[in-house]
Design a protein around this ligand. Sequence first.
Ligand SMILES: CC(C)(COP(=O)(O)OP(=O)(O)OC[C@H]1O[C@@H](n2cnc3c(N)ncnc32)[C@H](O)[C@@H]1OP(=O)(O)O)[C@@H](O)C(=O)NCCC(=O)NCCS
Length: 311
Amino acid sequence: MDVDDGDAGLELVHLLRRITGRLDLMAAEFAAANGLHPTDLRALMHLLDARREEVPATPGWLSGKLALNSASVTALVDRLVRAGYVRRTRDNRDRRRVLLSVQDDAIRLGWSFYGGLITDMVDAMREFDGAELALARRFLDRIHDVVRADKPTNPTVRLVPLDEATTERLLSVAVHEARPIDVMPVPDSTSTWTPATENAFREFHRAHFHGANGTVMYAVEAEGSLTGMIRMARLSQDEAETGMWLGRSARGKGIGTAALRALVTEAAAAGVRTIVADTSTGNAAALGALRTCGATLTHRGDDVRAELPIG
Ligand SMILES: CC(C)(COP(=O)(O)OP(=O)(O)OC[C@H]1O[C@@H](n2cnc3c(N)ncnc32)[C@H](O)[C@@H]1OP(=O)(O)O)[C@@H](O)C(=O)NCCC(=O)NCCS
């Protein structure tokens, strides 16, 4: 669609550009004052975000974030390691995988750049009430959607029925990128992974190998990587229930929607006529995936029941 000069949004676009330009300049000045290249500072900011969001940061992940090739990322990480900001460690579960973790000096550096800015911004936001901030949030989410580098691109997804080896790989994703409560039934008090919860994970999935107990569980493979799980539990001849989870770094890229579409194909082949799912009003991603695949949503308080007719 064309934009004309009178477009009400244009002024906001220019303002956003001015804000990002100013932030870039501040970051470049701060990087130079601390003997860093601007890209090194951007890398540190991504690594600090990954730490806060509990996303495992690997050199490959970082090269995606910075749009740099692997040789350049290796040189950049070498510089950050030499400066004492980053450490390379081996993943305990997958020894071939290198993880990047930020050191206390990087946290101090990040805070000395952003700390004052964050305090001033939060102060400024106190001038607005809850409804105004909710509107600002919706506006920024929408604009973020437009500029996100990792926006959904119809990823190629394959559903792999679980067996012993795949369950072990799935467990590795779950331990690094999800909470026990996201991936299996656990008591409310279980918040972290322990050897006992890992074994409970294995047992829970083993109980459904080869569709045992009427439930088929699939690992969700996207672009060749294992990212999470989707299940189909037969309720009757015509009806099946579904539920799924993805690791944090795989969410919001269209994989959930693609996995649900693939499950609908499996369900149709098995003679299922309706898929149902239960979720909540706060789970925007689950609701979005279900809606996009054609589900009708019925709200009851915070609970939402989805019904997806097949065929
Ligand atoms: C729920 C889940 C499986 C969805 O998969 P996903 O790959 O993240 O979702 P998608 O990227 O396919 O996005 C689906 C829709 O939700 C929207 N969406 C995705 N993440 C979102 C977010 N954080 N906030 C708002 N909307 C979001 C997408 O824009 C898309 O909407 P659209 O089809 O209208 O464009 C995944 O987010 C997840 O594992 N969450 C944690 C576990 C969980 O909640 N499981 C479901 C229990 S019912």
